[in-house]
Design a protein around this ligand. Structure first.
Ligand SMILES: NC(=O)c1ccc[n+]([C@@H]2O[C@H](COP(=O)([O-])OP(=O)(O)OC[C@H]3O[C@@H](n4cnc5c(N)ncnc54)[C@H](O)[C@@H]3O)[C@@H](O)[C@H]2O)c1
Length: 332
């Protein structure tokens, strides 16, 4: 067993954290031999609720969990952390404009970026889940200049997992037989879920998902729209936003970042764009990546047709607009 690592989860009293904390504590993310100490950050009014979460974590009696520290102080939460799950954000309330949400949340991520910059390990891996996740991650990174930009990522893994599940159901294979789905761009309804590079295992043979589905029209319309709108569909049914699946996706994202991707497989992550595939630079854009030794690399050379080019442009434009709005809010 190695020394315990420090892991912070913000929004720790919220509904995603309620599933995520258990997954992290029992070794789903950092492996079965990596002990950890969990730092749980939330805002002062939530400290009572957080006490209950701390009690439940203790009652889970998980051997890998060497400590749990609840706090409302970012200094306590971020000091020497190796991994940060930034889940905490203000949820959209009735009557709130997108701009109001952006305004409340970019300020949170500015403050947390500054705290990470001062107190976290310089190799900390930061996953932003709180929405608007891509732009929050960009702002967080801008206010943490002493930490490399590649250490800030935004979560589009839930969209990837949703896309994988839709393709598996359409073909009628277990979800684990489908790989290499891509989410391009923003974690919003402009995202482009792309099945054209996906592969599927059928009876020990590997096929292109498009060949197995045999319905290009479905792939370009129903599939894309179902994945883009899945979050809203879950809210309509559950009256609350996706939480268990969001927690599983956060766990998948950080596990692959720490432990690497399987040979021949890629996953989607929002990362600071270098302009690959014509995406705008200096926004956090979701790309297909492979990961080795804790470092991600954008998969290069995938063919992009006219339809995909159009879809990438739409989501790229939205991210440029969000960046402008976020900077205006911060500088106001
Ligand atoms: N990227 C994705 O795929 C994805 C998927 C689902 C949800 N989300 C987003 O994740 C976020 C959390 O969702 P949830 O369902 O857990 O929400 P929730 O409202 O249940 O929990 C959010 C928690 O964050 C806390 N919080 C607010 N401001 C904070 C701050 N400054 N510091 C620390 N904690 C703070 C709140 O007190 C609350 O406990 C939301 O922004 C949601 O939109 C993202």
């Amino acid at each position: 067993m190695s020394e315990p690592i420090k892991v912070v989860v913000t929004g720790a009293a919220g509904q995603i954290a309620y599933s995520l904390l258990y997954m992290i504590a029992k070794g789903d993310v950092f492996g079965p031999n990596q002990p950890l100490i969990l730092y749980l950050l939330d805002i002062p009014p939530m400290m009572g609720v957080l006490e209950g979460v701390v009690m439940e974590l203790a009652d889970c009696a998980i051997p890998l969990l060497h400590g749990v520290i609840p706090t409302d102080d970012p200094v306590v939460a971020f000091t020497d952390v190796s991994a940060a799950f930034l889940v905490g954000a203000m949820p959209r309330k009735q009557g709130m404009e997108r701009k109001d949400l952006l305004s409340a949340n970019v300020k949170i991520f500015k403050v947390q970026g500054e705290a990470l910059d001062k107190y976290a390990r310089k190799d900390v891996k930061v996953l932003v889940v709180g929405n608007p996740a891509n732009t929050n991650a960009l702002i967080c990174s801008k206010y943490a200049p002493s930490i490399p930009r590649e250490n800030f990522t935004a979560m589009t893994r839930l969209d990837q997992n949703r896309a994988q599940a839709q393709i598996a159901a359409k073909i009628g294979v277990p979800v684990g037989n489908v790989n290499n789905l891509i989410i391009w761009g923003n974690h919003s309804s402009t995202q482009f879920p792309d099945a054209s590079h996906a592969v599927v295992q059928i009876d020990s043979k590997q096929l292109k998902a498009t060949e197995a589905v045999k319905d290009d029209n479905w792939i370009r319309s129903t599939f894309v729209e179902t994945v883009q709108k899945r979050g809203a569909t879950v809210i309509a049914a559950r009256k609350m936003s996706s939480a268990m699946s969001a927690a599983k996706a956060a766990s998948d994202h950080m596990r692959d970042w720490f432990l690497g991707t399987a040979p021949g497989h890629f996953v989607s992550m929002g990362v600071v764009s270098d302009g690959s595939y014509g995406a705008p630079k200096d926004v956090v854009f979701s790309f297909p990546v492979t990961i080795k030794n804790g470092k991600w690399e954008i998969v290069q050379g995938l063919p992009i047709d006219d339809f995909a080019t159009k879809m990438l442009n739409i989501t790229g434009k939205e991210l440029e607009e969000e960046r402008l709005e976020a900077i205006a809010i911060i500088e106001a």
